[in-house]
Design a protein around this ligand. Structure first.
Ligand SMILES: [Cu+2]
Length: 507
């Protein structure tokens, strides 16, 4: 570990953190009803609310993040500012993280010593320059994300407007009728004290399956033999922690899927968001050829194919062209290691829309790095020497169900401390028995190495670190603050797999 911190700098950063924290006291000026100059743009209004969703014919109480007209999430036009008033009507305290945005630290939507939760009934204002691309928003508190406290956050560019493609946004999710806290307790054996990580559940409208896959404890006995095997058989047994009741695409299953009307011969830009808490998906385009044009909102050199992996937290923008003769074209998302799938259907006028089975004929393999290796950023990092290089180990396991970084759960973590302006690399070595989608807040990074092989990969904010594998990310630390670096498997994060990148303001 490289630590270039001095006491003086630490004090300076503490002062700046206090100043950043103080920003929240300025934010209520954006709340509706507050006095603001007549020339100022009105903030967009979003509310965190409860809603009833019907899943497989049964009602379920979930959350939503909606505009007054019912639109889920936000769609910003080129040049539009992220000027938002967020009202919490969830019936409990909450905080919403703007996943993919790189706002000032105080507005990132994570609660900590400097940034309080939004109390039930209270509002919070946000005002920053949004980052273009396909992003999303979700709770960063307790297990609320498992109850769909999540929505798209799309920031369009002038180029998007020019490309003459219909925009189709799909938010994927894994759904359980169970109280998420019960699901987690089933994994931990109920022995863990989850502290305040247990908020937000307990409102399911039914009593579905969601059985934790306790065969993992059996798998773990073979752990010592797993290294170096690299075999699909062992890997396949360790892909999923939880059996969910349903997999959703824009809140729906293939029992009653969303059918999007598209034009014969038309172009569609799929904005796909893996908003599942604990499920990686294979996107399957069937008869359509797809071209990946952005990863986590950042343009990449075009990569064509019909099958693309996406881990939790990640986004892919895929361009497809409908045939001139038209038809109905499912866009499938199949759960890794399994047969379950969800998705939407693109249909041209008059097309016959056949039922799509919720189970594929065969099980999918694991989501691996095959797409990641093919991706190259259109706007890569400049070449320059590294100032601070860190290596962290992804640790923990199923029995007990505790996931950690360098064998330390969040709270006992050792922050990675850098100075603003430094070129930083972080190598994440997975020594645990599962894959982890690792997400960094506050800045995007370029994928610089996979399993020890250097590459100039995609610019992203979430990267898969496979079992027995490693990933190196590189970025220029340009956003002062304490930024979470964590696994985007919610259950892994909730049991400890999180640390912080502390970017200190230089004097
Ligand atoms: Cu994980």
């Amino acid at each position: 570990m490289t630590i270039l911190q001095t006491r003086r700098r630490f004090l300076a950063s503490a002062a700046s953190a206090a100043a950043l924290g103080g920003l929240s006291t300025l934010l209520p000026a954006l709340i509706p009803g507050a006095v603001r100059p007549a020339w100022a743009a009105a903030p967009l209004r979003l509310a965190v609310e409860r809603r009833v969703l019907e899943v497989m014919g049964k009602p379920a109480s979930v959350f939503g993040i909606r505009q007054p007209d019912g639109t889920s999430g936000l769609f910003l036009d080129p040049g539009q500012r992220f000027l938002v008033d967020l009202a919490n009507r969830a019936g409990e305290d909450a905080v919403i993280h703007w996943h993919g945005m790189t706002p000032p630290y105080a507005q990132d939507g994570v609660a900590d010593a400097n940034r309080p939760l939004i109390r039930d009934g209270a509002s919070q204002g946000y005002d920053f320059e949004p980052r273009p691309g396909t992003h999303w928003m979700h709770s960063h508190h307790g297990l609320q994300e498992q109850r769909l406290m999540a929505a798209p956050l799309i920031v369009r560019t002038v180029e998007d407007r020019r490309e003459d493609a219909q925009e189709v946004t799909v938010l994927l999710h894994d759904f359980t009728f169970k109280d998420p806290a019960e699901v987690l307790a089933g994994l931990t054996g109920g022995t863990m004290d989850h502290g305040d990580m247990n908020h937000g559940g307990g409102h399911g409208g039914g009593h579905g399956g969601a059985m934790p896959m306790m065969n993992h404890s059996m798998d773990m006995k073979g752990m010592g033999d797993m290294k170096g095997m690299g075999g699909m058989t062992m890997a396949a047994m360790d892909l999923n922690d939880v059996e969910y009741d349903a997999y959703l695409a824009n809140d729906r299953t293939f029992d009653d899927p969303e059918v999007v009307r598209v034009e014969r011969g038309g172009r569609v830009r799929l904005r796909l968001i893996n908003g599942a808490t604990s499920t990686a998906f294979h996107i399957e385009l069937g008869a359509l050829d797809g071209t990946v044009v952005a990863a986590d909102g950042n343009p990449v050199q075009p990569v064509t194919g019909r099958r693309f992996g996406m881990v939790m937290g990640q986004r892919l923008d895929i361009l497809v062209r409908l045939p001139d003769e038209g038809g109905a074209f499912p866009v499938l998302a199949q759960r890794e290691g399994e047969r379950q799938r969800t998705g939407i259907i693109l249909a041209t006028p008059g097309a016959t829309v056949n039922k799509v089975a919720g189970l594929a004929d065969g099980a999918a393999g694991p989501v691996d790095l095959s797409l990641e290796r093919r991706l190259t950023a259109l706007a890569p990092l400049a070449l320059r020497p590294t100032d601070a290089a860190f290596t962290i180990r992804l640790t923990g396991g199923m029995a007990p169900y505790v996931w950690t970084i360098d064998d330390r759960p969040f709270g006992e973590h050792r922050p990675l401390t850098v100075l603003k302006g430094q070129r930083v690399t972080v190598t994440m070595v997975n020594e645990s028995p599962m894959a982890h989608p690792m997400h960094l807040h506050g800045q995007h990074f370029q994928v610089a190495a996979l399993n020890g092989t250097a590459l100039a990969g995609a610019v992203r904010d979430t990267v898969l670190v496979p079992m027995n594998g490693s990933a190196t990310i590189a970025f220029d630390a340009d956003n002062p603050g304490r930024w979470p670096l964590h696994c985007h498997n919610l259950l892994h994060m909730a049991t400890g797999m999180m640390t912080e990148l502390v970017c200190e303001q230089t004097i």
